[in-house]
Ligand binder design. Sequence first.
Ligand SMILES: [Mg+2]
Length: 412
Amino acid sequence: MDRMYTRPRAIGHLDADCFYVSAERVRDPFLKGKPVGVLGNQGACVIAKSYEMKAAGVKTGEPIWEAVQKCPEGIYIKRDFHWYEALSKSMLEVMRRLSGHVEYYSIDEFFFVAEPRPGQSFQDLAVSMRDTIFKELDIPVTVGIARSRTLAKLISDSAKPFGASAVLDKEHEEGLLASLPVTEISGVAKRRAKRLLPWGIASCLDLARSDRALVRKLLTSTGEALWWELNGEPSGAIHAERPRHKALSRGGSLGESTSDPHRLHAWLVRNLERLIEELHYHKVMPGKLTLWVGYRDGGSGEGQVRLAVPTDRFDLLLEALRPCLRQAWRRGHLASRMHLVAEDLADRGSAQISLFEPPSPRAEALAELKTRINQRIGRFAVRSGATLPLADIYTDDANSYDICDVRGKICF
Ligand SMILES: [Mg+2]
């Protein structure tokens, strides 16, 4: 048979190296080669670190005060997910030029169908993808190419940083699998590894060579899918379409607990303005809204509204949410948290225009102007007067950042 038909269909995994730090270095080259930590959670924890900082012993998730002791010369920066998301989109664009099938897996990870050009080997392709991303975006990445997703990820993980490796021959693949403990496979945590150990399954190769029925018994069908993947049989396709969010939400702690309805209303307005930023970003409009308020005594209240017509206009959404706040409010109880959830998301382009809700050119022009000014001058430069009871929140710069607002999955 022609070799063309027996050549394996290969899958690639591209993963940025310490992505948040690399993203900060793109806009500030001064940070290159220095120990850098990116902070999350109001600046309390290191959520990403450069290899220089890792060498000093700093761990992801470590509080800043411990990190500073281990790495006093480190540079600590607050994260900026809007910037990371913008770079992530640029990465996706470059990737799509290099492969016809790219799956956006997380903010800094992509799977793709590896299709070398005539005369190009899989290894050449891995190197050229890594180098193209670096040349065009200044972001170091590692690329692994193999017979399945799990194998490709194992290969890129072990080729970090700035590696490029295609492993398709059996000997090379087995050598690599033998050197990796099963916990290196994403989806096999310590608890699952413990179940395998009595059967003498410690390395990835042990797992690949185990009896499939046994693996199914020990790790259910998830484990069986991994078994197929480790044996080079892809169990899932590459999903080139990025799935649309089912829900978008904004909210969190209210800082100081409050029983003042005016202050609670101001929080609702603030969270709604943040939610609308997200709706605009994803170009969607909600058909359903839920407002949830958590109280210090452990209780909670909730209000829900179904919109006659999906909209992303501030005035209409606030009007719809006011009765929800009345439902969620517990007189005299101290509210400590609030969440606003948008569901039944419709594409902004395809959403129908209501016959009953005539378009308001004035309200739309105002919303547009507000967005443009805030994009140019600062996130909350123009905001609703209803947020005045929260003047203290807006004067503190730390609150211009969102907490836990990662779009897509978290990367480390
Ligand atoms: Mg990464």
